[in-house]
Each structure stands twice: as structure tokens, then as C-alpha cells.
Write a protein that binds this ligand. Sequence first.
Ligand code: FMN
Length: 161
Amino acid sequence: MSFDARTFRNALGCFPTGVTIVTTMAGDASPVGVTINSFCSVSLDPPLVLFCLDNKSTGLEAFKATRRFAINVLSQHQRELSIRFASRLDDKWKEVPYERWGDGAPILGGCLANFDCTVVEIREGGDHQIFVGRVERLHCGDPGDPLVYYRGTYARLCEES
Ligand SMILES: Cc1cc2nc3c(=O)[nH]c(=O)nc-3n(C[C@H](O)[C@H](O)[C@H](O)COP(=O)(O)O)c2cc1C
């Protein structure tokens, strides 16, 4: 390998992404959520998406056990929510409202889109687990200003108006 970990991270950061919060409902009925930008579409038919979760995530066992997850695509006004769910706060969910579609994962309001999924495959990917999910239900909101992550910091896609 001709590069170190820092250089690898820096190079990966050159790829701008959206920001999402992936959620599930733990066995004790407590909501679990993590900020992730490894969300990716996989297939249109069947409708499949994936995300990658660090083996050290405190939420890992819940995602593995429930085999349900929701992807909540954040808008620019949800930056604080992104910061909160990228932390290890004891109560990330304090005063964070959500709904559930049937027995699905927590759905956050005010997002650009929400995807409620059933896990179809979990694969090891180095120090992460790759969760592939089938989209069971979705909500596509009005066009808005997405939260963007680029070179290790939050950014804007749209010009200020
Ligand atoms: C913009 C952004 C994107 C992130 N993407 C991922 C990701 O794709 N996968 C991941 O495992 N962690 C990702 N993280 C880090 C987690 O959000 C962070 O480690 C969090 O503390 C994990 O919480 P948990 O241990 O309670 O699950 C990201 C953080 C930020 C700020």
C-alpha cells in the first residue's frame, strides 16, 4: 500500500455526498439512529439500497437483529440533527419526533426523502458491515436544499438566495 490512512480519508473526502440518518427500532422498542453518508442506490428492480456501518457502532447489533432500517435524507436545515446523530450522546433522540410506518423503522420528519427497508443481505466489508435493503415504502418530499458533506465538512449544493 503506497498511502497512509489519513491520505486515504482525504481522497475519499473529495467525493461529495448527501447526508442521511439511518434508523432502526431496537428490541426494547428504543429508537436507534446514526449519521451516515455511505448510502447508495443498488438496484431499481427490485428496489435495493445499501449503507455501510462501522463495526464499532453502538447501533450495530440492533441493525443486525431487527433486519429493518430507514434511510432519512437530510436537508440543509437538519445540520444540527446530523451532528447529534454522529455523536455518542446517551440520548440522541431527546425531543426528536419520529413516526413509524407500520412495524418499520423510525421515520424523521422534514427530510428530503425517506426509505423504509427490509434487510436482504449483510456482508462484511473490512471494518464495516454492508447492509443491503429492499425498499418497502418511501416518501419523496418537495425539492429542497440538501445537506452535503465534502472534504470533512458540511457544504451547500445550492447558492444562497
Ligand atoms: C457526515 C458523516 C457521515 C458519516 N458516515 C458514516 C457511515 O457511512 N458509516 C458509519 O459507520 N459511520 C459514519 N459516520 C460516523 C458516525 O455517525 C459516528 O461514528 C457515530 O458516532 C456512530 O454512532 P453510534 O456509535 O451511536 O452508532 C459519519 C459521520 C458523519 C459526520
